[in-house]
Design a protein around this ligand. Structure first.
Ligand code: ADP
Ligand code: ZN
Length: 291
């Protein structure tokens, strides 16, 4: 079987085909402009590939409730041409195959749970720290959606005492995304993150925010594995700092085998930045059984 995968991001749409083992056979990237510009190119890519289902992991907010009239639509997003766009309906109509649909971060988490760092687990967390910050949650074997879907990137944080940066989120000045996304680092320090590798204070502050968020999430949803992905997490020096600060924050309150082995508890993504597109393949595989 050939499965179609569409990782719909704010800057690019990654289209791929893969097999039931998550192996990617072909992949292209199409810039995200307006739906009128972008969608025909995506349809053109998949049209003759004989896919049996399509999996879409999409930037949000989106409606992922299959029982809702708005299922498959993009909701009120800052990317205004896409507001209200029925991405699932349009792709289904054009390609005539079942379509699986979830958030971009749930897609990456699904890739990691199926083939990567959280393989086989029923409770796991994936956070991306990139242009924005978002998180996907698997709890009791289910990807969590709830009222809409989790928006972990906007949890409110206590500021680092030495941080004078105003924060980048227009809604909340002190949220995880506003304080810790890649562009926040670059605005705060006036240089690209890659040029700041040797500045210890940058990573001290960054790990302070990430660890604070992880501590809150550990205490709330109790994941068995935490995977940190996204461009900023290519700075590997962050991992030991984050692990240390999480343990300091918990201050001995929790005692679990996972926390005793924290190097294997808070880990980088395991699929070489293919977790998102591989997660889309899994969404397609699951959708082909649904319809
Ligand atoms: P996106 O979030 O748009 O899907 P990425 O996860 O690659 O894409 O995030 C891009 C952001 O991550 C950039 O804006 C930059 O701030 C940051 N970034 C990318 N590469 C690195 C790196 N090697 N080190 C630190 N920060 C990086
Ligand atoms: Zn925010």
């Amino acid at each position: 079987m050939v499965y179609g995968a569409l990782e719909a991001g704010g800057t690019k749409m990654v289209c791929a085909i893969g097999d039931e083992n998550g192996r990617i056979k072909d992949q292209v990237s199409i810039p995200t402009k307006t739906p009128e510009d972008t969608i025909p190119a995506i349809i053109e890519y998949f049209k003759d590939k004989n896919i049996s289902a399509l999996g879409i992991a999409c930037f949000g907010p989106i409606d992922v409730d299959r029982a809702s009239d708005e299922f498959g639509h993009i909701l009120k997003t800052p990317k205004t041409p896409w507001i209200g766009y029925d991405i699932v309906g349009v792709m289904k109509e054009a390609l005539g195959v079942p379509v699986g649909f979830d958030t971009d971060v749930n897609g990456s988490l699904l890739g990691e749970v199926t083939w990567g760092a959280a393989k086989g687990l029923t409770d796991a967390l994936y956070i991306t720290i990139g242009t924005g910050v978002g998180g996907g949650i698997l709890s009791g074997g289910n990807l969590v959606h709830g009222m809409l879907h989790p928006e972990l990137g906007h949890m409110k944080l206590i500021r680092h005492e030495a941080d004078t940066f105003v924060g980048r989120c227009p809604f909340h000045k002190n949220c995880l995304e506003g304080l810790a996304c890649g562009p926040a680092i670059e605005e705060r320090w006036g240089k690209s993150a890659k040029e700041l590798v040797d500045n210890d204070m940058v990573w001290e502050m960054e790990s302070f925010y990430i660890a604070q968020a992880l501590t809150n999430i550990i205490l709330t949803i109790s994941p068995k594995k935490i995977i940190l992905g996204g461009g900023v997490m290519h700075q590997e020096q962050l991992f030991p700092l984050v692990r240390k600060k999480v343990l300091e924050n918990l201050n001995g309150y929790l005692s679990t085998k996972e926390l005793d082995d924290i190097d294997n508890y808070i880990v980088p993504a395991g699929l070489n930045d293919d977790q998102g597109i591989m997660g889309c393949i899994k969404l397609a595989i699951d959708a082909s059984g649904l319809e």
